[in-house]
Each structure stands twice: as C-alpha cells, then as structure tokens.
Design a protein around this ligand. Structure first.
Ligand code: UD1
Length: 431
C-alpha cells in the first residue's frame, strides 16, 4: 500500500486547478441507467470511485467508456465519459461491488424505474457511523415499490411501474433526494419531494435530468416537484466543480500561509466555509478564474463551527477545518450534526501534537503554535486529507499510511501541492 511523505512548514503559493465534483459525477453516471440513449459527461474527475462505479454500471450492461485526450486539451482537464445503457442485462448489484462504495446503492432507483425490479446489496463505504438506507427505501415505497430485505440484499419491485407520490424526508438526505429524483422522472404522474437536500450536486443532477427530458422544478430548494415522463433521452453535461476539493485546499493555505488561486472554483457553492475562513483571518476573493485564498502574516483565529446541510458548513470539510483549528490562537469548538462518529481523525491529529477533546457530538480544540510531524493512518476519505493538511503545516516529517482513501476523492493531490511549493511525495509499499 502506498504512503505519502510530507515535510511540513512551507507556505503554499501558486495555482491549483479544481476538478469536477465526485459527489455530482457519481449520481450523474448512475442517471445514465435511466435511458437507452447515450449520456456524455464532461469534466469527470479521475478518481478510484469513478472507476469503481464504471465497473458496477458495466455489470448491469452499460457500455461505459472514457474518451481519449483531445488536441489542445489542458493537462488538468477532466475526463469525458460516455454511458450507454441500451439494454440492462442484470438488475442485481452484488455485494462485492456495492460494499466498496456506498453511493453505488443509488442504482436501485433507475434500475427499478426502468426494469420494474432491482436487487441491490446493502452498502458499505466510509466508516463514518451507521449510514442506513431506510429513507431511500421509504421514498421508493412512496412511489409504489414493494421492498423486501433478503440475505443482505434489498429487493425492490414495481411490476406495473412506479407512480408519482408525496415524499417527505424527516431528515435531509442527499442520497435519498438523488434516489427519489431519479425514480420520479420515470414514474406515472406527479411526485413532490419535501425537505429535499439543497446541495449543489442535487441541482446538478436535476439539470442533467432536465436536459434528458425530465420535468423537474424546485431543485436547489426544499421542495422539488417532478412530472413523470415515459422515457428519457441522452444528453451532454459538464460536472460542476468540486466544492469539497476547493474547501480542502482553501483550508490548507489558511493553515500553512501563502497565496493560492483555486482555478475553476465557484465561490457560490461554498459561502459558509469561505465566511468561516474569513473569520479565521484568511482573505478570500472571487476572480474571473476562480477563487483566491491568502493568509500572509497574522495568526489563525479560533472560530466555532457546526456542520449542517447545504447551505450550512459541510460535514465533508469538518475534518479539514479541525486540522486548521489545531494551530489557532485559542480554543474552538466543532459540532458534527450530520454523521455520528465522524471523528476518527481526532486521534490521528493528536499524533501530530494536536490537543482535541471530544464531548458527545462536539470536538473542543485547544490551538497550539506548532505541530510536529509523525506517522499517521488515514481512516476515511475526508479524515485522510485532514492529516495531509496537518502534515503540510507541521514541523518535520509526516508519513500518511493507507492513502487509498485519498485516491477515492482527491485527484493528483501530491502533484497539485508540489506545484505550489509543498514537499510531498508518494512512496510505494507500506514499509
Ligand atoms: C452524501 C455525500 C457525502 C456527504 C453527505 C452529507 C455522496 C456520494 N456522498 O452522502 O460525502 O458527507 O451526503 O452531506 O454524495 N440517513 C438516514 N437514512 C437514510 C439515509 C441517510 O438516516 O436512508 C442519515 C445519514 O445516516 C446521515 C444523514 O441522513 O446522518 C445524511 O446522510 P446523506 O445526506 O444521505 O448522506 P449520503 O447521501 O450518504
């Protein structure tokens, strides 16, 4: 297994290109199952989760291909992927595939909508607390599906097709909203989704589905209305920029100091985190090319944060923000309200000398003037990148083990950071 070696203490200066959002690319790829026609996605990030989902879709009979590079294309441009689900040959998503990535469970919606039947293994994915699928299944039931659990598989049936219905989510769920939205596009009649997730990735999915011929209004608000159509067409769609990758590098430069242009980033996708970074003492400015983040001189001010659904502070930036707060001039509190048990990075950050104590859903961080490099272990996708951020700011050498977690969500991480003056390299083999 690869490791990442970092020698910290250098400021970050330069340009970091921001890729397409993983959390938008995955549902968009799954939406390709809804049509017999070809869906072409541009700006798809090169990530192991994307490759894994291509394998899963291939198993259902989707022809999924990555187009070659075009002349004049920038080195950092994302992939173009074509998906053609002319004939779905298998409506079962097996444990071996689904257990590796939680989002792949969402194939249940298009399979059910198109085939009237789906058999999907209960999911795996990041080890961040119990992540049930009860609300996803409730939504499908509201659209007329019958659901049974057999031998670790969810068996969903709607022999006569799905019909529109009223879905109310008692808790905001991104996956639940994606699932309901996809299923409703091909259901007979009108579906109303209340307390829908308002995340930009939901809006991006709705935009692509609309290009495919779906009739959707209200995406990006708490109430989405879908008029079912008989069939969907193909479409071309460019994945929106990754706000979590954006926020991650913004946190990194706020911690190390320096001046970074996050090229292609969209500030409107990340207002809450940028507001927090300004309070911390970083300068954040929108430019024609993206978002520029600077911190030159001045300390890191402690700020309290509570994670919340969009437009609140994203849980997917909680670990990175905690890394930043470990070097603040005082005490900060971070409350995690989306996932229980999403604090595995705490004990690893402590190995760098961070002072963090947990009280229920809240972490209390006593900032320190210096961290010191140490061997640390990545535990999940966002936690692992918080260790990289900590390592970039710590004095001396940090070795991050189990970096395959990083490859699920961060494209060319070392390359992007090296170009900005970081001393970071990937080493083969876990020695
Ligand atoms: C998505 C994101 C993930 C992000 C999360 C919250 C992708 C691929 N993943 O995950 O990066 O951290 O949104 O922004 O887009 N819940 C239930 N029952 C359900 C479904 C969810 O109780 O049936 C709970 C979860 O346990 C959690 C909360 O609802 O406490 C929110 O989860 P959800 O928004 O569904 O997360 P994901 O869609 O899995």
């Amino acid at each position: 297994m690869d490791r990442i070696r970092i020698v910290g203490g250098r400021p970050l200066n330069g340009t970091i290109p921001i890729g397409g959002a993983k959390n938008a690319a995955l549902p968009l790829m799954i939406a390709g199952l809804l049509t017999r026609e070809t869906v072409t996605l541009h700006n798809v990030p090169r990530l192991s989760d994307v490759r894994q989902l291509m394998r899963i879709l291939g198993n259902h009979g989707v022809d999924a291909a990555i187009s070659g590079k075009r002349a004049g294309q920038a080195e950092d441009a994302g992939d173009t992927i074509t998906l053609s689900a002319r004939d779905i040959v298998d409506s079962t998503a097996p444990y071996e595939l689904v257990s590796k990535m939680r989002a792949s469970f969402w194939v249940i919606a298009p399979l059910l909508a198109r085939m009237g039947e789906a058999r999907v293994s209960l999911p795996g994915g990041c080890a961040i607390g119990t992540r049930p699928v009860d609300l996803l299944l409730m939504a499908l039931e509201r659209l007329g599906a019958s659901i049974e659990i057999e031998g670790g598989y969810v068996v969903a049936k709607a022999a006569k097709g799905l019909r529109g219905g009223e879905i109310f989510f008692p808790k905001v769920t991104v996956g639940g909203t994606h699932t309901a939205l996809m299923a409703a596009t091909l259901a007979r009649g009108t579906t109303v989704i209340d307390n829908a997730a308002q995340e930009p990735e939901v809006t991006d999915l709705a935009l692509c589905l609309t290009k495919m011929g779906a009739k959707i209004s209200g995406a990006g608000t708490a109430r989405i209305v879908v008029e079912g159509v008989e069939r969907l067409d193909g479409a071309h769609h460019a994945v929106l920029p990754d706000r979590i990758e954006t926020g991650t590098y913004a946190m990194a430069v706020a911690m190390t100091g320096g001046d970074i242009l996050l090229q292609g980033a969209r500030a409107d996708l990340l207002q809450s985190a940028f507001d927090v970074l300004r309070q911390v003492g970083a300068e954040v400015t929108e430019t024609n090319e993206g978002v520029r983040v600077r911190r030159n001189g001045g300390g890191i001010r402690p700020v309290d944060v509570t994670t919340a659904p969009f437009p609140g502070f994203p849980t997917d930036l909680q670990a990175q923000f905690m890394a930043l707060m470990t070097m603040a001039d005082g005490t900060s509190r971070i409350r995690e309200t989306i996932f229980e048990n999403r604090f595995m990075h705490v004990q690893e950050l402590a190995r760098l000398g961070a002072q963090i104590r947990l009280e229920g859903d809240t972490a209390i961080i006593e900032g320190r003037p210096v961290l010191t490099g140490a061997p640390v272990m990545a535990t999940d996708l966002r936690a692992s990148v918080s260790l990289v951020i900590g390592g970039l700011a710590a004095e001396g050498e940090t070795m991050v083990h189990r970096v395959y977690h990083l490859d699920r969500g961060f494209e060319a991480l070392e390359k992007k950071l090296v170009r900005c003056g970081a001393e970071i390299e990937r080493l083969g083999g876990d020695g």
